[in-house]
Design a protein around this ligand. Structure first.
Ligand code: ATP
Ligand code: MG
Length: 578
């Protein structure tokens, strides 16, 4: 492609509303333009990268036995009613009406459409297993679309759905095969990533993983063990206290102490001169049915609401309002405690590491000291309820330490079980002629987000540094002075030769000043740059440089094609996963 003919509207200034590097750089490199909040046009450069990701995704999914189809974006309300999600989904679902008043939505995901298709077309276990996928635009009316392609409202997703006759097959040949395909996909994209255990909500088990591209700007926090394979989203990461750190209850007397206006852990800790690890903090929560609970943790730990929700097996949990706390505990905020508590008490394992502790006395301006579990209070349950954090021991292995990373979720795999198939009658006859609802899995990859996250992970202050497998072009030829006949002709000749070999090459044939061309080359981030200058050309040489390195090599013009081919092969090998 000739730079002069390609639509690459670069910007010199940093756009005012862009905060993260991928957004800034995609705007500056002329890759995307906003049409409305969270809705973007992909310009030719961006589309080339998007297509590369799509190709890798297709190749690996086809290799894993999945088949591509394409479902409609506009979906009738009936199928969403049959899954129960028409009312459940909330305002992210963009609902529209046609001229006859029929209700539709723009697909944010396609479980309903695929399950509907399955229930009509597939009748026998003999047709299983089957895995169907598509690559298309999704629409989610995100409350806060931001960061460019990172969180759009309209974005490109690959979504796949697997169907198996029983749970073992669904997990072994369905889930695992997709997990492996995802690992190959992100490796081949040239990204540094981690597959982390994710929340499975009501379904339970360890059968959801998020594929997280590691980048300091990521919105997700991951904890990964330095000794074993364990890594999990912090939302779900387990804590080890149930196995270590436990102490015997102490023998001090319970004493009621006056603690006027001392409500927070820090205040009590300072007032009584005891470390927060000697405090038992008590939080009042309720579920969506209005049932209240007192949740206890060690003073220096934080409650993980998702763990609480999963432990209770409810749809949602909420921190109680001030008025409710007074009503339920008899004391204002800051003085709740497990001793004499009327609400059911649930304790995090960390409370087992406290002896002779300090807690609220359920009475305004009073706390108890010398509090011990068993003797002074008994919870209805012990559970892992706290947020795991950087530096703590790995829950899965001995001696490993969890470390914190920031990540961008580019894909998620999910075992669904019969969640949709039983509601939407996706039923097949098994070997005995009996009707059974099928076991499903769903698997998404944010294609447009993957491209943005590649930039988040690979850039410097001058611009993008594309991993070769998803770069818009492999090579940029930069003739310094197009007006110089020898330089121009050498550039054109090399351009022709590389094209002939099927190498994707951008020829900067503009008559711009060299400074501008070099800056744009750094901004666009094409992995291999060949600079043709008058002086070196006289000696029969061109300059060869990788975008990711500072080194410039002089290469004889006669050897440059081989050099390019070898370099491409080497860079691709880095991402082959072998
Ligand atoms: P998030 O937690 O980031 O909102 P999600 O868990 O709701 O994402 P999924 O339903 O798992 O997303 O969708 C599959 C993939 O689609 C995600 O892993 C992500 O890469 C991508 N994706 C989801 N929402 C967006 C969005 N608003 N913009 C761009 N990509 C998205
Ligand atoms: Mg997800």
């Amino acid at each position: 492609m000739r730079y002069s003919r390609m639509l690459i509207p670069t910007l010199k200034e940093v756009p005012a509303d862009a905060q993260v590097q991928s957004h800034i750089l995609m705007l500056r490199a002329g890759m995307i333009r906003k049409l409305a909040a969270g809705i973007y046009t992909y310009l030719p450069l961006a589309l080339r990268s998007i297509r590369k990701v799509e190709t890798i995704v297709r190749e690996e999914l086809n290799r894993s036995g999945a088949q591509e189809l394409l479902m409609p974006m506009v979906q009738p309300s009936e199928i969403w009613e049959s899954s129960g999600r028409w009312n459940q989904y909330g305002p992210e679902l963009l609902r529209i009406k046609d001229r006859k008043g029929g209700e539709f939505c723009l697909g944010p995901t396609h479980e309903e459409v695929i399950t509907h298709l399955f229930s009509n077309e597939i009748k026998s276990y003999r047709q299983l297993p089957i895995n169907l996928y598509q690559i298309m635009d999704k629409f989610r009316d995100e409350i806060r679309p931001r960061f460019g392609l990172m969180r759009g409202r309209e974005f490109i997703m690959k979504d796949a759905y697997s169907f198996h006759i029983n749970k073992e097959d669904a997990l072994e040949s369905g889930y695992k095969v997709m997990y492996d395909a995802y690992t190959r996909i992100f490796t081949r994209c040239g990204l540094k990533f981690r597959a982390v255990e994710a929340d499975t909500g009501a379904i339970g088990g360890n059968y959801s993983h998020e594929f997280q591209v590691l980048a300091s700007s990521g919105e997700d926090t991951i904890l990964a063990c330095d000794a074993c394979e364990y890594s999990a989203n912090v939302e779900k990461a387990e804590s080890k206290y149930e196995m270590t750190g436990e102490v015997e209850p102490g023998s001090a007397e319970v004493v009621e102490v006056h603690t006027p206006n001392q409500r927070t852990i820090d205040e009590i800790s300072a007032f009584l001169k005891v470390g927060p690890e000697k405090l038992i903090k008590t939080l009042i929560y309720h579920d969506d049915d209005g049932k209240f609970y007192a949740i206890c943790l060690r003073g220096d730990e934080e409650l993980n609401e998702l763990k609480l929700k999963n432990h209770l097996g409810v749809n949602a949990v909420y921190a109680a309002e001030e008025a409710d706390i007074l009503k339920q505990t008899g004391a204002p905020v800051g003085f709740a405690g497990p001793v004499g508590m009327k609400l059911p008490v649930i304790c995090d394992f960390s409370v087992k590491t406290v002896a002779d502790g300090v807690t609220g006395a359920n009475k305004k301006d009073y706390h108890f000291t010398g509090v011990n579990r068993g003797r002074d209070f008994e919870p209805i349950a012990w559970a892992d309820l706290r947020c795991a954090k950087d530096g703590e021991g790995c829950p899965r292995c001995d001696g490993g330490i969890l470390h914190e990373y920031k990540g961008i979720e580019v894909g998620q795999t999910f075992y669904l079980g019969k969640k949709y198939s039983s509601k939407m009658k996706a039923v097949v006859q098994d070997e005995n002629g009996k009707d059974v609802a099928v076991e499903m899995g769903c698997y998404g990859i944010g294609v447009s987000r993957t491209v943005a996250s590649a930039i988040e992970q690979n850039h410097d202050d001058k611009g993008i540094i594309w991993p070769l497998p998803i770069a818009p072009f492999a090579v940029e030829i930069l003739p310094v002075m197009m007006k110089d006949d020898a330089v121009r002709e050498a550039g054109e000749k090399l351009y022709g030769e590389l094209l002939e070999l099927g190498i994707e090459v951008l020829l900067d044939d503009r008559t711009e000043r060299p400074g501008i061309k070099f800056n744009d080359a750094d901004l666009l981030g094409i992995p291999i740059r060949i600079t043709i200058g008058k002086k070196s050309l006289k000696d029969g040489n061109v300059e060869f440089k990788l975008r990711r390195s500072q080194d410039v090599e002089l290469i004889p013009l006669t050897d440059i094609v081989t050099k390019v081919q070898d370099t491409i092969a080497a860079l691709m090998a880095e991402c082959s996963g072998e």
